[in-house]
Design a protein around this ligand. Structure first.
Ligand code: NZQ
Ligand code: ZN
Length: 397
């Protein structure tokens, strides 16, 4: 196991009606004025936004708001939010929504006290030294932003979708997770969220770091829980207990617990971010296309962990200790097949065509990838840009 530090100071408040505590919690964490951030209207329609405001009012906390954050959030809303927040003098950001809303709020939180352009943080020109506090009311389990110090924003002018990682500055001070709030999710968003949280685990799982049994088992156990609970939420969107298990899995998948002490990969995410930047598809649906393709490529390049994945996560029979390479490959392939079948059972796409992109511009995506990430991508195998093209091509099949 590698050396590591792990710092995860978020207070999670989980369960029915917990959004009613938002005002008291904001006071507890020192807020004097709160800026609520939300998306395209689901929280208005469900009445959640009103309940959040009532709770802030009851705590005597003034608030302002920024709505209209779109999925795959863009820089223009961050600039708008930074201006508004400065004008209003808010000192706590309160995203009420999913990853897109939370990430916009985090970028605003970092941008307000910074004199330069907030985009500097995303291109590595500056480090987040100070940020306003961020607190979350989560409505979709997917991106894991409720427990992470990350934010992902797209710059419209250049169509660059980039991430910022500032765990010591941008982890939410508290996150409210009420599974009942997720019952209104459209099935496609529920499914995409499930693919995304599985991907967050798999990006960590596929590693060359030896002797990481504890995090391997955490990854495998969380994946198995998701695989068991997902069909239940798809069959019955109001199944509170299944929603609760999925919601906490999304947090566990991405707050870092599953990745400590091991080198993580993250190439599938980088490959996907090019797709959602250019074609504006749902991130999780892009991942259900890319991750199996990445794994298929890995069968002939670094098979070891794929066999373990097949056996421990998908219950493929353990090969004998004398198994030939061909036999091991068959086990790995069976694991990938079962992952794809699982995605299909959730109505998720597993090819570009199914994602609605019959003719993906692979050269364009790879050029953008090179601009954003350099010549080599990932860690499980350090991929050249030519190899990235091969993976994109596999995702066409
Ligand atoms: O905008 P509204 O009207 O609220 O509708 C949203 C949106 O259309 C809807 N929705 C959310 N909660 C709902 C609901 N509809 C009905 N009932 C509810 N309870 O769902 C749609 C998707 O919302 P979004 O916030 O985009 O979802 P998600 O949480 O999947 O976030 C995706 C974004 O997060 C980034 C992705 O790249 C993408 O931009 N990521 C962020 C990460 C991070 N910060 O750590 C890591 C991830 O890997 C990911 O890259
Ligand atoms: Zn993701």
């Amino acid at each position: 196991m590698n050396n590591f530090t792990f710092y995860s100071p978020t207070e999670f408040v989980f369960g029915r009606d917990t959004e009613q505590q938002v005002g008291a919690l904001a006071l507890k964490y020192g807020a004097q004025k709160v800026m609520i951030v939300y998306g395209g209207g689901s929280v208005v329609r469900s009445g959640l936004l009103d309940r959040v405001k009532q709770s802030l009012d009851a705590a005597g906390l003034p608030h302002c708001e920024l709505g209209g954050i779109q999925p795959n959030p863009v820089d223009s809303k961050v600039y708008e939010g930074i201006d508004l927040c400065r004008r209003e003098g808010a000192d706590m950001l309160l995203p009420v929504g999913g990853g897109s809303v939370i990430d916009t709020a985090k970028a605003i939180a970092a941008g307000v006290p910074y004199e330069g352009d907030f985009w500097d943080f995303f291109v590595g020109k500056a480090k987040v030294e100070r940020a306003l506090k961020v607190a979350v009311v989560l409505t979709i389990p997917a991106a894991g932003s409720e427990g992470s110090g990350n934010a992902v924003i797209t710059r419209m002018e250049t169509l660059q979708k980039l991430g910022l990682c500032a765990p010591f500055k941008l982890r939410p001070v508290f996150s409210i997770l009420n599974p009942a709030l997720t019952c209104t999710l459209p099935p496609a968003q529920t499914a995409a969220g499930i693919a995304d949280m599985m991907a967050h685990i798999m990006e960590r799982y596929f590693t060359n770091t030896p002797q990481v049994e504890i995090s391997d088992r955490l990854c495998e156990g969380t994946l198995k829980a998701i695989i068991a609970e997902a069909p239940k939420v798809m069959a019955n969107p109001n199944d509170y207990e299944a929603r609760a298990n999925i919601m906490w899995s999304g947090m566990v998948a991405h707050n870092g617990t599953c990745g400590v002490g091991r080198e993580e990969d993250w190439s599938s995410h980088a490959l996907e971010h090019e797709i959602s930047a250019i074609y504006d598809v749902t991130h999780g649906a892009g991942l259900s296309v890319i991750f199996p393709a990445w794994m298929t490529w890995m069968v002939t390049h670094n098979m070891g962990k794929l066999v373990q994945f097949a056996v421990r996560v998908w219950d493929v029979p353990q090969p004998s200790s004398e198994a030939s390479d061909a036999e091991l490959q068959a086990v790995a392939q069976e694991g990938i097949l079962r992952l794809k079948q699982f995605f299909r059972s959730l109505d998720l796409p597993t090819t570009f065509a199914e994602l609605g992109i019959p003719h993906p511009d692979i050269d364009r995506m790879t050029e953008s990838l090179r601009r954003n990430k350099g010549e080599l991508l990932g860690n499980y195998v350090k991929l050249t840009m030519e190899q990235c093209k091969e993976i994109y091509r596999l995702a066409e099949e």
